[in-house]
Structure formats: structure tokens, C-alpha cells
Design a protein around this ligand. Structure first.
Ligand SMILES: Nc1nc2c(c(=O)[nH]1)N[C@H]1C(S)=C(S)[C@@H](COP(=O)(O)OP(=O)(O)OC[C@H]3O[C@@H](n4cnc5c(=O)[nH]c(N)nc54)[C@H](O)[C@@H]3O)O[C@H]1N2
Ligand SMILES: Nc1nc2c(c(=O)[nH]1)N[C@H]1C(S)=C(S)[C@@H](COP(=O)(O)OP(=O)(O)OC[C@H]3O[C@@H](n4cnc5c(=O)[nH]c(N)nc54)[C@H](O)[C@@H]3O)O[C@H]1N2
Ligand SMILES: [Mo]
Length: 743
């Protein structure tokens, strides 16, 4: 079965029916990812200037249906169920109740969420925040909030006095944001859609395109039709990376034909990419001795560190490379051959690289590979990290970051007449640590499902009870609303697809896609409830109740007309956002300036830098080795968006009715004495005195490299120790958790 095709068409119809969203949903889909419509709330893949009639994929349509559902989680629902009772419900059951409709406050006496007036909620939240040390308050953001909402939110946090602005990116592409500024001087990708049209070779590492960014399949399919080779590295043979039938193509649907996506498919060992790319580079250097392969002019003019990098690569033995990557030398030479023949290469990657102990180095290896033949800053080439949430890249651009040097603090200080905090704030892992240490007194969540998305579930859920105040701004009920602080608010907001009226006029917002283009997004659907407020309005409501009034900070004006928020963004970030309100009307959006695209390197030494890794091992300081220890990667199914679970099936991987499964290699199963279908308990193979287990996992025999295992996120999160994160970027190493099995 290919990705896309009739399976996709069927799944799309059934999700619309499941959510009873057929009419509104179908209307909305026609406006999805269009210049005059709304930007999809699912992935962040690029939005073309000339969209298809339906510029949405199966999973984007699911996300739309999920937001436009006719199901409602009303105060009557909360009157029927205590929070204690709801804690026993699954993620799917909770969100399946539908959209939240009214602001709620947790009532301790009855253990229920009860309705509260917006005004009273804001006043109480403000009063409590005023009592607290701003350094003990955390402002989390999930990557969906618009540029406008995000800007107001970070401004609120900084006026209040903290840089504690962790976000979902801290669990996601932070490895990219740390790696690339050192190598090529930008923290985001350089390739855009025009490069996809010109490329003559694509390398693909650890990203599941068929599930997580399906619209990219159209560009891959076009490239394949031009004969462009696609060389893929992934421990699993993911459906979308193998073949694709375009559900929008009548010809392909009727004839049942499919496009082969990957022309080479290398099932690298989990965590083996640094070794694999080292092998490719080694083969390239060998070939270069016979005939020029390396782009010496580019390297001489633009880069530093080439000789040291070559010395490192030459010093690595094929034996170690094969062992650490799990791939034979011949396979890596074959990949090198395609690479050497191409003049314009794009390298795409996702969580398969970033969510490792050495995620930063893995990203830098991709950059090294590209630099060898000058594949950065020329048309048809570039690096392409596939970002996750639909505006995760953009919210970082407008100041959602715990790193003060990345936010426009000086410009904000001047414009709003205040002294912004200058010390580093807490990232996501540090926030968890601080919660465990009882140093966090209030947690505000602008979207997301923090407690479910982070590692160390069981210790954290206990510690969370000691937080004085939790405020969750959300569209649907999730576990993070049930594991709450001593005082807890659940504030329901408009989704991006809904009509957002302020002062009688519809407001539009903006997002930045994975390729650095900014787009307008206009909601159009009837709001799920008349009590909902927009995210900017909720942020402003809390800010006004917390902060002393200031003439330079006009929350009412901003919320009354979002164009005025864009003027603020343009004023403090003029290089990126000058004339924001005019330029966002251009079809296809406008792009942020990316110096690397012009071969200008904003690195400390002004050069693009080769940076060799520390070693080839997946985790040089792994506490336990041995044949009983497996490397577990936790990943998404075809039927989920992060912690939002649409159904318990994974069509592409052939799993039905449950997500509590563990994919194992048949040889490992024999060796460990477990059978297909058997229930096992996974335990984290670390000895730090904390017990981390997930029980009731059904063994599925699967085509996965030996010594590796796969399971689903978030079900397996209790297995991840908090300290098991990428060095430097602090991204939890969710793709290589050392585990053992108990039968
Ligand atoms: N429908 C849908 N779309 C989504 C999301 C969703 O949940 N559902 N989530 C969004 C978000 S926030 C994000 S970050 C992205 C995530 O999108 P992806 O980056 O695709 O993330 P995962 O699903 O976690 O899958 C990672 C892939 O990496 C592979 N992998 C695991 N370990 C390794 C390794 O060591 N090396 C290599 N080479 N590969 C490895 C896995 O087999 C899998 O194919 O998608 C976004 N889009
Ligand atoms: N083990 C493991 N853990 C992981 C990962 C992994 O691959 N493996 N991936 C990590 C990654 S890449 C990411 S990005 C994080 C994701 O972490 P989060 O972004 O925190 O989690 P989500 O599941 O995306 O959040 C879902 C909730 O967002 C709320 N929501 C939806 N739409 C809106 C909206 O428009 N506004 C507001 N205010 N709320 C809304 C809904 O209430 C919904 O329940 O998880 C990380 N955790
Ligand atoms: Mo993500």
C-alpha cells in the first residue's frame, strides 16, 4: 500500500464523519493553506504561492476536522466528572469530548472544574502573579500560537520580569537551532520550494514525511518524475518514503499507479546517522583522490575547519563506521556516489536526528556533508529541517525563547520603556527540573500538553501538585489540565480556523512556515462557543490584570486590531518584518532574510564551519550496555498529532486498535525469548534509583535493525529520564531510550 491513495481518501472522509464536521469541515478545507484562507493547524511545511485546488493532506484535513468538531466539553460535562475520575481516561477519550466552551476554575472541595467569569479569572490570576517572584513563573508555549499571540505573550512575560519562555521547540528542533548557527550562521533551514524544483538529488534523514508533512510528498513526487534520486536513512521502511499515490491526481487514483519515492533506502541503526554520514564523507574523500569531488573553491573561499574535519573522517575505520551505523560500507559508498554526481543537493531531516543525546552533532554532520560540495547557498540545494508545529519557527522569531540573546530585548526596552530581564530563562527540561525541585510557583501554558509531552512522567506528575498556580489556555481537554496546581484555571480559546472578531471586524493572524516564509491566516468558521476568547485577548487580559498600566503598552488597542500588533513586531524586528502589514499580502508570503542563502556566514569567524563530531557512538556515556539493552525510539503514528490521538490505529504500520505496542526485530525476539503478541513491560535501563516502566506493551515483530525497538509517543514517555537529553540543546533524547524488557 502506498502513502496517499484510496486509503488516504477513505481516512479523510471517515474523520470528517467521526467529528460530525462534514459541512463546515468541507468548506474550510477549500480555504486551507490559501492566501485568502487559513494556515493549516497541523504541520509547518511550506505553503506554495500557487496552491493546488485542495492544498491540504489527509492529516491536515484531520486536524481541521478535529478543531471544527461539533462535540463540546461543557460545564455540564465537568459537573458529571471529577478531575480524579478524568485522570483515569486515555488521551483519546479526553480530547474526544470536543471543544472546551467556557472558562473554568478548579474547585478543591468538589474536585471539579466549575465555570468562572473571564473577568474574575483574569483578576485572580493577576493578583496571584503579583505576589510571586517572576523568576519562579514559567510561560510555556506550544508551537501553534500565531506570531501576534506569541509576540504579546513574550512581551507580557518580559514586562512581568522573566525569560522563562520554554516552548515545544525545546523538545523538537532546538538541536537545529543550536547546531546551525555555529556551522552556517542561521538557526533555520535554507532550502525553499523553489529549490525543490531545481534540485538534482535529495538526502532524507529521520523524518516521516507520509505522516508528518504529507504535502511535501507532492514536491518529492515532482522531483522523482524529473529523475531526481532520493536517498533515505531511516531505521524503519516508512510508507511515505517508499511509495506514494497522489490522492489529488485522478490518473494515479484510477490506475492505482504509484511513485517510488526513495531510490536508495538505508535502514540505519537508531542513533547511527553520525557514523553513516561519516562513512559517506569518507567515501567522498577517497573518490576525491582519483577525480575532484570536493568543491575546493567553495571550501577555500567560504569555510573553515575543512582540514581538521578531513583528518577526523580519515581516522575513522570502516569497521567502526559499519558497526555504529549498522550499514555496510558498500551501502554508504552507493549513497556517496549519488551525492558526488549531483550538482544541487537538498538534505531533509526531522526528529530522527534531533532527539538524540548527540542530536546537535548529527545536525552538524548533515551540514558538513552539504558543505563538502558547496550545497548551501546555491539554487536547488540547501538544508531542510522539517519543523513540527505550524508556527513553531515563527514564535521563536518573535521572541518566544528562554535565551535572552535571541530576543529583541534592546528594541523592546526602548519602545516600551522598561528594563527587560537579561539572565537566561528556563527551557523545557530545566522547567521540569525546577518543578521537581519545587522552584516553580506558577505555570502558564499557551496551548500544548506539557506534562504528557515531557520526559520523567511519574516524578513530574507528583511534583506538579506543589505548583501554586497553573493556567492552561487550550482548545480541548488534555492530561495537563488534570494534573494541575493548587489553584488551576482552564481557559478556552478560539482555534486558528475560527472567525476572530474584534471591535466588529474579522482579524487575521500570521505564521512562519518551515522554509521561513510568513503567511496571513484568516479564520472563517463559526466559533465553537460564544464564550471563547482569542489567544491575544486572553494574554492581554492576564497582562492587564498583572502589570502596572503603561502608556507605551496598549493592550486594548492591540487586541482591538491585530494589524497594530504587527506594527509593533515590525518596529522591534524591522530586518525581518518591515512593512509587515503590506508585505504579508503577497501570494506565497514573504521570506525572512537568511544570510546563508546568499553565502554570507553570520558565524563568529564569518565562515561556514566544518565541525567534526566527538565520536561515532550513539551515546558515548551511555550508562549500561550489553545484549539485553535495546535502543527505543518513540514516534508518531499515522493517526495522531503529537499528544492528540485521533484513533488507536496506525494504518501505515499495520497496527490496529492499540498504541501500546513495542516493535522488535525478530532476531532480538528470539534472543530475548519473547513471542509476537506477548505482553511485556519496558523498563529504562539506567541505574539512578528511579524506577521508570511502561507495562502492557504488545510485542510486534517488525522490520527494524537489531538492537533497536520502536514504540509510540506519548505512551512511552514515562521511560525517559529527564537528564537523558541532547547535550547543548536539551532536547529530550526520545529517539534512543535505553530499555530492557520484563516478561
Ligand atoms: N500528522 C502529524 N503531523 C505532524 C505531527 C504529528 O504528530 N502528526 N507532529 C508535528 C511535529 S511537532 C513534529 S516535530 C514533526 C515530527 O515529524 P518527524 O520528524 O517525522 O517525527 P517522528 O514521527 O517522531 O518520526 C521520526 C522518524 O525518524 C525515524 N528515526 C527514529 N530514530 C532515528 C534515527 O536514529 N535515525 C534516523 N535516520 N531516523 C530515525 C523514525 O523511524 C521516524 O520515521 O511532525 C509534525 N507534523
Ligand atoms: N517521547 C516523545 N516525546 C515527545 C516527542 C517525541 O517524538 N517522543 N516529540 C516532542 C515534540 S517534537 C513536540 S513539538 C512536543 C509537543 O508538545 P506540545 O506542543 O505541548 O503538545 P501537543 O500535543 O501538540 O498539544 C496538544 C494540545 O494543544 C491544545 N491546542 C490545540 N490547538 C490549540 C490552539 O489553537 N490554541 C491553544 N491555546 N491550544 C491548542 C489542545 O488542548 C491539545 O490538547 O512533544 C515532544 N515530546
Ligand atoms: Mo515538534
Amino acid at each position: 500500500m502506498p502513502a496517499g491513495g484510496w486509503g488516504s481518501a477513505k481516512a479523510t472522509v471517515s474523520i470528517l464523519a467521526q467529528e460530525h464536521a462534514t459541512v463546515a469541515g468541507t468548506k474550510a478545507i477549500m480555504r486551507q493553506n490559501k492566501q485568502d484562507g487559513f494556515m493549516c493547524v497541523s504541520c509547518s511545511w511550506a505553503k506554495p504561492a500557487h496552491p493546488h485546488t485542495i492544498e491540504a493532506c489527509e492529516n491536515g484535513i484531520k486536524a481541521t476536522a478535529w478543531e471544527l468538531t461539533s462535540k463540546r466539553t461543557t460545564p455540564e460535562f465537568f459537573a458529571r466528572h471529577t478531575v480524579g475520575e478524568l485522570l483515569e481516561w486515555s488521551d483519546l477519550q479526553l480530547e474526544d469530548q470536543g471543544r472546551l466552551t467556557e472558562p473554568l476554575r478548579w474547585d478543591e472541595a468538589s474536585d471539579r472544574y466549575v465555570p468562572v467569569a473571564w473577568h474574575d479569572a483574569f483578576l485572580d490570576i493577576g493578583a496571584r502573579l503579583k505576589q510571586l517572584d517572576p523568576k519562579s513563573v514559567v510561560f510555556y508555549t506550544s508551537g501553534r500560537a500565531s506570531l501576534e499571540a506569541s509576540y504579546l505573550y513574550q512581551l507580557f512575560a518580559r514586562l512581568y520580569g522573566t525569560n522563562n519562555l520554554p516552548d515545544s521547540s525545546n523538545m523538537c528542533h532546538e538541536s537545529t537551532s543550536v547546531a546551525l548557527p555555529k556551522t552556517i550562521g542561521v538557526g533555520v533551514g535554507t532550502a525553499d520550494l523553489s529549490d525543490f524544483e531545481k534540485t538534482d538529488c535529495i538526502f532524507f534523514f529521520g523524518q516521516n514525511v507520509g505522516t508528518n508533512s504529507p504535502r511535501m510528498l507532492h514536491h518529492l513526487q515532482d522531483a522523482r518524475r524529473r529523475g531526481v534520486p532520493i536517498v533515505t536513512f531511516n531505521p524503519l521502511r516508512e510508507r511515505g518514503l517508499v511509495t506514494f499515490t497522489n490522492p489529488l491526481s485522478v490518473a494515479q487514483m484510477v490506475t492505482g499507479s504509484e511513485t517510488v519515492i526513495s531510490t536508495q533506502y538505508h535502514q540505519v541503526k537508531v542513533g547511527g546517522d553520525i557514523a553513516a554520514i561519516t562513512g559517506i564523507c569518507k567515501a567522498l574523500l577517497v573518490a576525491d583522490e582519483a577525480a575532484p569531488v570536493v568543491d575546493r573553491d567553495f571550501i577555500a573561499e567560504h569555510t573553515a575547519g575543512f582540514e581538521e574535519f578531513c583528518a577526523y573522517v580519515r581516522a575513522q575505520s570502516w569497521e567502526t563506521i559499519e558497526q555504529e551505523s549498522g550499514l555496510p560500507r558498500s551501502a554508504l559508498e552507493m549513497a556517496a556516489d549519488d551525492y558526488a554526481k549531483a550538482q544541487r543537493v537538498i538534505a531533509i531531516y526531522g526528529m530522527g536526528l534531533t532527539q538524540h543525546r548527540r542530536g546537535v552533532e548529527a545536525v552538524q554532520m548533515v551540514s558538513n556533508l552539504l558543505l563538502l560540495r558547496g550545497n548551501i547557498g546555491k539554487p536547488g540545494a540547501g538544508i531542510c529541517p522539517v519543523r513540527g508545529h505550524s508556527n513553531v519557527q515563527g514564535q521563536r522569531t518573535v521572541g518566544i525563547t528562554e535565551k535572552p540573546e535571541l530576543a529583541p530585548l534592546d528594541a523592546m526596552a526602548k519602545r516600551y520603556g522598561f528594563a527587560p530581564p537579561r539572565e537566561k530563562g528556563l527551557n523545557t527540561v530545566e522547567t521540569c527540573r525546577a518543578v521537581l525541585d519545587r522552584k516553580v510557583h506558577a505555570f502558564i501554558g499557551l496551548g500544548g500538553n506539557f506534562i504528557r509531552a515531557v520526559p520523567e512522567t511519574s516524578l513530574l506528575e507528583d511534583a506538579w501538585r506543589h505548583v501554586d498556580l497553573t493556567v492552561q489556555i487550550a482548545t480541548k481537554l488534555n492530561r495537563s489540565h488534570l494534573v494541575h496546581g493548587k489553584t488551576a484555571y482552564l481557559l478556552p480559546c478560539l482555534g486558528r480556523i475560527e472567525l476572530d472578531m474584534q471591535r466588529g471586524r474579522p482579524q487575521s493572524v500570521s505564521t512562519e512556515d518551515s522554509t521561513g516564509f510568513m503567511h496571513p491566516s484568516l479564520g472563517m468558521a463559526e466559533p465553537a462557543s460564544r464564550f471563547l476568547l482569542s489567544e491575544p485577548a486572553i494574554v492581554a487580559g492576564m497582562a492587564k490584570a498583572t502589570l502596572p498600566p503603561s502608556r507605551a503598552v496598549d493592550w486594548d488597542k492591540w487586541v482591538g486590531d491585530y494589524a497594530s500588533i504587527r506594527d509593533e513586531i515590525a518596529a522591534v524586528l524591522p530586518d525581518i518584518f518591515h512593512d509587515f502589514n503590506q508585505r504579508r499580502r503577497v501570494p506565497g508570503g514573504f521570506r525572512r532574510p537568511l544570510a546563508a542563502v546568499e553565502r554570507k556566514w553570520k558565524t563568529p569567524n564569518g565562515k561556514a564551519n566544518f565541525i567534526a563530531p566527538q565520536s561515532l557512538a550513539e551515546d558515548p556515556d551511555a550508562p549500561e550496555h550489553g545484549p539485553a539493552v535495546l535502543r527505543l525510539m518513540t514516534m508518531r503514528s499515522d493517526d495522531q498529532f503529537n499528544t492528540t490521538i485521533y484513533t488507536l490505529d496506525d494504518r501505515f504500520r499495520g497496527v490496529k486498535g492499540t498504541r501500546r505496542v513495542l516493535f522488535l526485530n525478530p532476531a532480538d525476539m528470539r534472543r530475548l525469548g519473547v513471542q509476537e503478541g506477548q505482553q511485556v513491560t519496558a523498563v529504562a535501563a539506567v541505574s539512578d534509583g528511579v524506577s521508570r516502566t511502561v507495562a502492557g506493551l504488545r510485542v510486534v515483530s517488525y522490520n527494524i535493525p537489531e538492537g533497536c525497538a520502536a514504540g509510540y509517543y506519548p505512551e512511552c514517555n514515562p521511560l525517559i529520564p529527564l537528564w537523558h537529553h541532547a547535550k547543548d540543546s536539551f532536547v529530550p533524547a526520545a529517539k534512543s531510550i535505553p530499555i530492557r524488557l520484563l516478561k
